[in-house]
Design a protein. Structure first.
Length: 822
């Protein structure tokens, strides 16, 4: 390094004014990238990508697969010019000089002399100094590669790669480095080297072949296709013998991927550059692609240009919706010696353009002259074109020879035959044809669905159900077929199988609840948390997460989420109507694990609560209703809480209510619930205290009734003092209750007062109020809802009990016969 330091001051040069390429990165950035590459922190592919930032490289996107056009070229040229202008304006911009200045050339020669003398350390020091001053010069890196070649081949390869990168036009050097990279097992680096070689020599076919082989080995099919697309774009018309096979290979690959747009662009290279090399094979491939892309007029142009097919046009023209001029076809002539595939494609194109009348004779000739045993696939192409034009009767003429043939009496042909009969409204013939399709291909789902629909039209529901049967043990279940079968089972009221089929459909996106204990972990906030908690519980119990022999489902998006949720509601409704509350509970909790139904979670939780109430499952019911009422003011939910509390087997609700009562914003009906609990448990004074406090704040008929009942219960206790005073207070609140209840509900208030007096043993007073219930005319409200609100039967029955107790059997019988006997 001492020698290098001596030369440092003498040989420092300013390269800021040198001419050369635009340099995007600053010298410091380039030096950092180079050091990272030499240290192994970057691969050469990454190093090259970073150094080529914002410059052209061989990493083409899908746009490179497009055929070149004049407009696109002009746009690209403008973009490149603008980018270069921006780079020149950028701070730190420098020009890159490829050749060493004279002063450094001498120093480079000195380094080579030291290398020849085997004074490698001095040679390396000089090279490093040159690199420091002129990082873009390849010569010092070449010498460094030679120095390390024998002792450290990997380091030598790294220096060679940098040297080649700095002198990228040397195609042979890139090929040599690609081979060295392959010897070291670095396929990706070899691909990068070959890409650089292709940039240096874009028309070298062997380079493309070598790179394509490596890309295929590396599993990069997209890069493989891009490489060949670039090749046929680069090759000129003089290389037609090379363009044709590569373009056809590229077309084949694109067709395998169903990428017909790119396949068309590849074939256009042949037709644009190699018109003299076009054979019937290329015409057949091209027309096949054009028909697939529905470019029927272009297909006809190809056929008339390269074959003897003649099409005559009417002189007049008109414009379509895209403002393109369209020529009307007058006639078409297809010679007999035309290749049969091209003849069929011409007919298909004309059918698709709705010129069926023009080719009417051609259709008949094709049907007579061609053998369906040999050209059955062409017959089917014509059939499908006719069906798309809804010419079903004509299509049937072509299908009949096929279904009667030996080679083409296949399920697909019979399916088209059945579809044509449906189009002709001949449903019975369509059913026969679909049955043959199912017989030939039992797992053909589309045919089974259509056959099921036709059976429904003739009200043959059981046959429709049978044809949709799927065996979960051996078949991949289709959700659409399962959905339709479930609805049919509901229609025929086969509810057991209806629930089985519905559950099978829900399990497509729900977890199967194996036991009642798993319901506890489903009380989480989100679906993800529920599923995670369920899996965790199963792991703790050493159980499999998924059921053994669970069915597999196809990736069908039918039915829609809305339709499936409606089916879930239908299952809940049927289970409720059949009083199958355990089943209802299982259905509802299963739906809680569905991500599809996540937006309906609140609705499903409410259904879970209803199912728990009806199934007398107060434990899980309380867990559900507790979360619902925690932050709500809806009295209906508090009523549901009250129902759950009445059926509860534990006292968790007491602690819950007491905690809520500690809030400053506790609701009035929460106090009512607490007072009700006290009333039921016999602590009447606590209940009375809450009722009276609430009545002072918000008087209501219900509170007045509850206060009266509480006073009545206290008065009826054995050791209560001042019973008369308590009864008087109770009666006062009963009167207040009657007053607040109003005239419309006079019957109800009279009945409740009579019941209270009856309980106290004041029978004369009770008889008086019972008779008021019977003799007073009911209000319009009671008449409109007599089944729910009319209390005359209850009053008559209680009167009958009083008269029976006093041995007045005749009068008791009169009330029974007048008000109760049907």
């Amino acid at each position: 390094m001492e020698l290098a330091e001596d030369f440092e001051g003498e040989c420092s040069v300013n390269l800021s004014d040198d001419d050369g390429e635009d340099d995007v990165l600053t010298p410091e950035e380039k030096n950092n990238l180079t050091q990272q590459f030499l240290s192994g922190a970057l691969t050469f592919s990454e190093y090259s990508l970073q150094m080529d930032r914002n410059t052209d490289n061989d990493a083409y996107d899908d746009d490179t697969l497009r055929a070149p056009s004049k407009n696109n070229d002009e746009i690209i040229i403008k973009q490149v010019v603008e980018e270069k202008k921006e780079r020149r304006r950028a701070p730190g911009f420098r020009k890159r000089k490829r050749n060493l200045p004279a002063t450094l050339q001498g120093l480079m020669g000195q380094a080579n002399i030291y290398y020849a003398r085997q004074e490698y350390d001095l040679a390396e020091s000089i090279c490093m100094e040159i690199v420091r001053q002129v990082p873009s010069a390849p010569e010092p890196y070449q010498t460094l590669a030679t120095i390390y070649e024998s002792n450290d081949p990997e380091k030598a390869l790294q220096y060679s790669l940098i040297a080649a990168y700095l002198n990228p036009k040397d195609c042979a050097q890139w090929e040599r480095l690609a081979n060295l990279s392959l010897e070291s097992g670095n396929i990706k680096q070899a691909i990068t080297c070959l890409s650089k070689a292709i940039q240096a020599d874009p028309t070298n076919v062997e380079l493309y072949e070598a790179r394509a082989k490596l890309q295929e080995e590396n599993g990069d099919s997209r890069a493989y296709l891009k490489g060949y697309a670039r090749l046929i774009n680069q090759l000129s018309a003089d290389n037609s013998e090379k363009i044709v096979p590569y373009a056809k290979e590229l077309t084949k690959k694109f067709i395998e991927e169903n990428n017909y747009e790119q396949a068309l662009k590849a074939m256009e290279q042949i037709f644009n550059k190699c018109p003299n090399f076009i054979t019937l094979e290329e015409i057949n491939i091209m027309t096949d692609i054009l028909i697939t892309l529905k470019q029927f007029r272009k297909c006809l142009d190809i056929l008339t240009q390269y074959t003897n097919i003649k099409i005559e046009y009417i002189d007049m023209e008109f414009q379509n919706e895209n403002d393109n001029e369209i020529r009307m076809i007058e006639s078409c002539e297809i010679p007999n010696d035309i290749f049969v595939d091209l003849k069929a494609k011409c007919i298909v194109a004309l059918i698709e353009l709705s010129y069926i009348d023009v080719i009417d004779e051609l259709l008949d000739e094709f049907l007579i002259e061609e053998n369906p045993e040999v050209s059955g696939d062409l017959f089917l192409d014509i059939v499908e074109a006719l069906m798309r034009q809804k010419k079903y009767i004509r299509a049937l003429k072509y299908l009949e020879p096929l279904i009667n043939s030996q080679n083409y009496s296949l399920a697909a042909v019979w399916l088209r035959y059945a579809e044509c009969w449906v189009g002709c409204k001949q449903l019975k013939k369509a059913i026969i044809s679909y049955e043959i399709v199912v017989k030939l291909s039992p797992l053909h789902l589309e045919a089974r669905l259509q056959l099921s629909t036709l059976y429904k039209c003739f009200k043959q529901y059981q046959m429709a159900i049978d044809i949709l049967h799927q065996d979960p043990a051996v078949e991949v279940l289709d959700s659409d077929a399962l959905y339709r079968k479930t609805l049919l089972l509901y229609k025929v009221k086969n509810y057991d199988e209806f629930f089985q089929s519905g559950f099978l459909l829900l399990l497509r996106h729900c977890e199967n609840i194996r036991m009642k204990l798993e319901l506890l972990v489903l009380m989480r906030a989100s679906v993800g948390q529920r599923i995670e908690a369920l899996h965790k519980r199963r792991l703790e119990r050493a159980e499999p997460l998924k059921d053994d022999n669970a069915p597999t489902y196809s990736n069908n998006q039918q039915p829609t989420v809305e339709a499936e949720f409606n089916l879930f509601l239908l299952m809940c409704k049927v289970a409720f109507e059949l009083n199958k509350f355990s089943l209802l509970e299982r259905i509802c909790f299963t739906a809680l694990t569905s991500k599809k139904f996540e937006c309906k979670t609140r609705y499903i939780l409410f259904l879970c609560l209803i199912s728990c109430i009806h199934n007398n499952n107060s434990y899980y019911g309380f867990n559900l209703v507790r979360d619902m009422v925690r932050d709500t003011c809806q009295s209906n939910l508090w009523n549901l809480l009250n129902i759950v509390i009445q059926r509860a087997d534990d006292s968790r609700h007491n602690r819950f209510i007491m905690r809520l009562l500690g809030r400053e914003d506790a609701y009035s009906y929460l106090h009512i619930l607490n007072a009700n609990n006290c009333l039921v448990s016999g602590t009447y004074k606590y209940a009375l205290n809450d009722y009276v406090s609430l009545f002072k704040v918000g008087p209501s008929s219900l509170l007045a009734l509850l206060i009266a009942v509480t006073f009545l219960q206290i008065a009826c206790q054995k050791f209560t003092a001042q019973k008369h005073k308590l009864v008087t207070q109770a009666y006062a609140f009963f009167k207040k209750y009657a007053e607040m209840r109003g005239d419309d509900m006079k019957q109800e208030s009279n009945y409740n007062i009579a019941r209270a007096l009856h309980q106290l043993g004041l029978l004369s007073g009770a008889v008086h109020f019972y008779k008021l219930v019977l003799e007073s005319p009911p209000s319009k409200l009671i008449l409109d809802h007599s089944e729910r609100l009319d209390l005359s039967r209850e009053a008559a029955y209680n009167l009958h009990l009083i008269y029976m107790q006093s041995n007045n059997f005749e009068l008791a019988r009169i009330y029974l016969e007048n008000y109760i006997t049907i």
